[in-house]
Design a protein around this ligand. Sequence first.
Ligand code: PGA
Length: 255
Amino acid sequence: MSRQYLVAGNWKMFGNMASNQVLVEGMCAGLDAVPKVQVLVCPPATYLTAIQQAARGSGLLLGAQNLAAQEKEGAFTGEILGSMLKDVGCSHVIVGHSERRALFGDTDAVVAQKVHAALAAGLVPILCVGETLAEREADATEAVIARQIDAVLAVNPVASLAALVIAYEPVWAIGTGKTASPEQAQNVHAFIRARIAAVDAKLGDSLRILYGGSVKPDNAASIFAQTDVDGGLIGGASLKAADFLAICAAAQSQG
Ligand code: PGA
């Protein structure tokens, strides 16, 4: 089946009101050239409302970088509920990014709960999975990704996952300038699709799988051309409108 490409910008903890304004205006100015592509930005949560207003009417989608595992309001200082993200205009949320897994205690179980919370709030979860360099060198890539996916399937009935997006982000490729080769990406993406298809063939077919890890304008097209790659999760290159739009154009030009 043909799946719509999604290109998502993960701004991480960068930017301010003034720089965001310039960035969003730059992106919105180029969206008409990429009508086939869903384009999403995930800024720091403090800026969601301002960006929602700056992008109004442009078609630029808004997402968050994280959400609380809880599903109801409560005494959870510092946390942000999925429904609050929805309330300020988010359609998507990144869940289980490797930086959250490595630095902020997002275990497989927490990530699975956050996927549940995102779906309960009506948000599209972008579930990040990926192996470290040591895991790849130990030939454990598939085992790690299977474990990360199976944890999510254990608490989320497959019937609830129609909206799910998975992002394959090899940890060794994030922010390092080292990209997985198109073949390496395709192999893991095919593995992910097969893992989901084994529990639900239709979902396996429709599932969008993004690649993330040092995607740049000059390597995006070769990665996006792979059969099981349906877009990208873009960190560093999403902080420059021209680079991000060039990556969106690489998605637009696919078959
Ligand atoms: P990068 O980040 O494009 O800067 O490697 C990707 C990500 O962390 O989502």
